[in-house]
Design a protein around this ligand. Structure first.
Ligand code: SDX
Length: 393
C-alpha cells in the first residue's frame, strides 16, 4: 500500500466532512439544527419550516415560507404512470422496499433531475418535487397495504395535514384531522429531520459524491435506513415489546437475554453510536407519548412495558457501564401506533421525517464540491497464486 491506512471499521472515529447543518454533543445529549435546539423547534416550529431551515440554512420569513409551501403545493401529484409501479408490488410487500424503488423511479419522469451539473433552478426544482411527492408516495403505499383506493393531495391543506388526509382520509368524504394528531406528527417529523453523519445520511453523501442524481442518492439512504440497527429499530422495538408482553411482561428475563453474549437478542431502541447520555429526542418523545395517549384516551399496555424495561435497564450495571440509554426509536413506535399506523409503516415515517436532512446534506456536499468517496482497506487475503485448471483442482 502506498502511504499508510488507519483502519476504523464502522467509521467510529472518522470524520468524513465539514458540515454546518446539524450539531450533536453525545456526552451532553445536545442536538441542534443550524444552531437551533430541537427542544425549541419541536415546541415552536412546524416540520415544513424546519425543512426550509435545514435545506436553505435559516428560518424562513413569512413570505419565504408562503412561497416554499406554494412551490411544494404545485408538485404534490405523482405522475399517473407511476401507478404502474405501485400496482406491480404485492400488496403486503414491505413499505420500505416499495419506497426506495418508487423514489428512485422519480428520475424516470423528471429529466432535469438527471443533470450531473444542474443549474441552481434545476436543483431546487428537483428538491421541491421530492419534498412535495414523498407524502403522496408514502400515503399511497399505506392505502395499497389496506387495499383501499388512494386519496389525492389537497393543496389547500398544510404539508402534514395533507399527508394525514391522504393517509386516513377517504375519497368520498372530507375527514376532520384531529389537531392532536397533526401536532404529534409535526413533533415526530421535526425530531427525525436530521442527525449529522448517521448511516443513511453518510450513504446519501457517498452515493451523491459520484454526481449521482438526488432521487437515486435518497433511495440509497432509504435502503440504509431500513436496517433494524438504524431506522428499522422503531419497528423492531414494538415487535420486541409485543413479544415481552405476550411472554407475560417478564422484563428481567429479556434484559438478561440482551446481556447474554451468546444470545443475538439486543434491546431494540437502546444504545447509540454517538449519544452516551440520554438521546434528547427520546426525552421529548417520551413526554409526548404520555400527552398524546392521554389526549386520545388510549391505554397501550406496551407503554407500561417500555417504561418498566427502561427503568430496569437503567439500573443494570451492564447498560450503565456501556452508557446504553433509550434512543429516538424507543418510544416513537408507541406514538405511531396510537396514531393508527401499522408497525411496518414506522420506518417509512422515519424516512418521511429524515428527508429534508438527507436533502440538506446532499446539497451541502455538492455545493462544497467534495471529492468522490472512496475509502481504502487493509488487505489480509491470499498473495500470489498460480491459476490451476479445473481438472487439477
Ligand atoms: C438510529 O447514528 C445515528 O444518529 C442513528 C439515529 C439517527 O437519527 O439517524 O440516531 C437513528 O439508528 C438509532 C439507533 C437505533 N438502533 C437500535 O436501537 C438497535 C439497538 N442498538 C444497538 O444495535 C447499538 O446500540 C447501535 C447499533 C445503535 C450502536 O452500536 P455501536 O455504537 O456499534 O455499539 P456497539 O455495538 O459496539 O455496542 C457497544 C457495547 C457492546 O457490548 P461489549 O462488546 O462492549 O460487551 O454495548 C452493547 C454491545 O453488545 N450493546 C447492546 C446494545 N447496544 C449496544 N447490548 C444490548 N442491547 C443493545 N441495544
Amino acid at each position: 500500500l502506498s502511504g499508510f491506512v488507519t483502519l476504523d471499521t464502522g467509521y467510529k472515529n472518522t470524520g468524513c466532512t465539514k458540515s454546518a447543518i446539524t450539531f450533536l454533543d453525545g456526552e451532553k445529549g445536545i442536538l441542534k439544527y443550524r444552531g437551533y435546539g430541537i427542544e425549541e423547534l419541536a415546541e415552536k416550529s412546524s416540520f415544513i419550516e424546519v425543512a426550509y431551515l435545514l435545506i436553505y440554512g435559516s428560518l424562513p420569513t413569512a413570505d419565504q415560507l408562503k412561497d416554499f409551501q406554494f412551490q411544494i403545493s404545485r408538485h404534490t401529484l405523482v405522475h399517473e404512470d407511476m401507478k404502474k409501479f405501485f400496482d406491480g408490488f404485492p400488496s403486503k410487500s414491505h413499505p420500505m422496499g416499495q419506497l426506495c424503488s418508487l423514489v428512485c423511479s422519480l428520475s424516470a419522469f423528471y429529466p432535469e433531475s438527471l443533470s450531473p451539473h444542474p443549474t441552481k433552478e434545476e436543483q431546487n426544482l428537483t428538491i421541491i418535487k421530492l419534498l412535495a411527492k414523498m407524502p403522496t408516495i408514502v400515503s399511497w403505499i399505506y392505502k395499497k397495504s389496506l387495499g383501499h383506493p388512494i386519496v389525492y393531495p389537497q393543496n389547500k391543506l398544510d404539508y402534514v395535514s395533507n399527508y394525514l388526509n391522504m393517509t386516513f382520509g377517504q375519497r368520498t368524504e372530507e375527514v376532520e384531522i384531529d389537531p392532536v394528531v397533526v401536532s404529534a406528527m409535526n413533533t415526530l417529523l421535526i425530531l427525525h429531520a436530521d442527525h449529522e453523519q448517521n448511516c443513511s445520511t453518510s450513504t446519501v453523501r457517498i452515493v451523491g459524491s459520484s454526481e449521482c442524481n438526488l432521487y437515486a442518492s435518497i433511495s440509497a439512504g432509504i435502503s440504509a435506513l431500513w436496517g433494524p440497527l438504524h431506522g428499522g429499530a422503531n419497528q423492531a422495538v414494538i415487535e420486541m415489546l409485543e413479544k415481552i408482553k405476550n411472554d407475560g411482561g417478564d422484563t428481567e428475563k429479556w434484559i438478561a437475554k440482551a446481556k447474554d453474549k451468546n444470545d443475538p437478542f439486543r434491546l431494540m431502541g437502546f444504545g447509540h453510536r454517538v449519544y452516551k447520555n440520554f438521546d434528547p429526542r427520546a426525552k421529548i418523545i417520551k413526554k409526548a407519548c404520555d400527552d398524546i395517549l392521554d389526549k386520545l384516551g388510549i391505554d397501550d399496555p406496551v407503554l407500561d412495558i417500555a417504561k418498566k424495561l427502561e427503568e430496569v435497564a437503567l439500573s443494570d450495571p451492564y447498560f450503565v457501564e456501556r452508557k446504553l440509554y433509550p434512543n429516538v426509536d424507543f418510544y416513537s413506535g408507541i406514538i405511531y401506533r396510537a396514531l393508527g399506523f401499522p408497525t411496518d409503516m414506522f420506518t417509512v415515517l422515519f424516512a418521511l421525517g429524515r428527508l429534508p436532512g438527507w436533502i440538506a446534506q446532499w446539497k451541502e456536499m455538492r455545493e462544497n464540491k467534495e471529492p468522490i468517496g472512496r475509502p481504502r482497506q487493509i488487505y489480509i487475503g491470499e498473495t500470489d497464486r498460480a491459476f490451476v485448471g479445473i481438472g487439477d483442482r
